[in-house]
Design a protein around this ligand. Structure first.
Ligand SMILES: NC(=O)c1ccc[n+]([C@@H]2O[C@H](COP(=O)([O-])OP(=O)(O)OC[C@H]3O[C@@H](n4cnc5c(N)ncnc54)[C@H](OP(=O)(O)O)[C@@H]3O)[C@@H](O)[C@H]2O)c1
Length: 309
């Protein structure tokens, strides 16, 4: 089976064609993957960062999101059958860091990490949507926006941010995004009301603006997070997707979980058109190992999709 994998800590990701077909149990489905995407956690796995939370079992196949076709359903599987189009994501570890979706075939416990691809949604979109959309839902839910409130989304241009700003705008909030001047048209199109210079003095740019909430998708440390949280008004709510929010009233660390319920919410948002997934670039599985370095250094606007077709 072909897959993008790493063989040891510190090794570069490589396209392999000799990985064994995954075994499956009576409650599992085997999915032929047709689309996926790149997420920052893929690079964190390569760098060995996840050693802090789980063992690595090599070879480690990369990739989290997937969309594809059920090829086999175990005897005890209800609700999925061969031929169904499904999508979802594989958690980064479970219990070891080992399985991933940048592979021709994956095995999943049915109903846990997968849902049917909504009618009318392209597989490329379904394969890029799950992780960022579930994270954005968690973040926007956490800050409990009311119509007319103002939210600062730091990291608005990236995968999670591009969805979070759409959700915040559809909740009736005014969305402010620090970004580069060249991002203005992109962000306004997603519903951002005001773009401020991410490299300038944010406090100066926001002078006189009452900011009710913060969604921070870039701060890795509590100190960096605090600098952004200081921009919102006292009593405001501030969410981190990077566990940097610390403790305290109104501070929330959010984390994505690929449950059937969360995927249902993604399906509804895609179907009703509340959320669209901007795809900046699409890569073929065969080229992926070679583009990861470039991806890491590039400026992200939305998602980099992956196709296996
Ligand atoms: N907790 C969870 O369950 C969970 C789930 C998903 C993601 N995450 C994490 O959340 C973060 C965002 O994920 P993502 O998929 O959206 O990543 P992404 O696609 O790389 O997006 C990050 C965006 O933030 C921009 N940015 C970087 N520094 C900035 C700054 N100082 N001000 C304004 N914008 C800035 C980046 O621009 P450049 O491209 O120019 O750097 C990029 O557009 C990642 O660290 C990811 O690991 C956590």
């Amino acid at each position: 089976m072909r897959a993008i994998a790493v063989d040891s800590l510190g090794a570069d990701p490589d396209l392999r064609d000799d990985l064994p077909e995954p075994g499956y149990g009576p409650g599992d489905v085997v999915v032929g993957v047709r689309a996926s995407s790149i997420n920052p956690v893929d690079l964190s796995i390569v760098s060995g960062m996840l050693r802090m939370v789980a063992e690595y079992e090599f070879p480690v196949v990369l990739g989290r999101d997937f969309a594809g076709t059920v090829e086999t359903a175990g005897d005890q599987v209800a609700g999925f059958e061969p031929g169904d189009l499904v999508y979802g994501y594989i958690p980064p570890w479970g219990p070891a860091v080992h399985a991933g979706s940048w592979a021709e075939r994956i095995v999943l416990p049915a109903g846990q990490f997968a849902a049917r691809v909504p009618a009318g949604i392209a597989l490329e979109v379904a394969g890029a949507a799950p992780l960022v959309t579930i994270t954005a839902i968690e973040a926007v839910d956490a800050v409990r926006l009311s119509p007319g409130q103002t939210v600062l989304v730091v990291g608005a241009t990236g995968g999670v941010g591009s969805v979070a700003v759409q959700l915040a705008a559809s909740a009736g909030a005014t969305v402010i995004g620090p970004a580069r001047p060249g991002d203005e048209a992109y962000l306004r199109d997603l519903g951002v009301s005001r773009v401020i210079d991410r490299d300038g003095d944010l406090a100066e740019s926001l002078r006189g603006v009452d900011v009710d909430a913060l969604i921070d998708l870039v701060s890795y440390t509590p100190d960096e997070f605090d600098a952004h949280a200081a921009l919102i008004k006292p009593g405001g709510r501030a969410a981190s997707a990077l566990r940097a929010a610390g403790e305290g009233p109104g501070r929330i660390n959010v984390s994505a979980a690929p449950t059937a319920e969360s995927l249902q919410r993604v399906s509804a948002l895609l179907t009703e058109g509340t959320v669209r997934i901007p795809i900046q670039q699409t890569h073929k599985l065969d080229d992926l190992a070679g583009v990861l370095g470039e991806f890491s250094a590039s400026h992200k606007q939305g998602k980099h999709a992956v196709t296996l077709d």
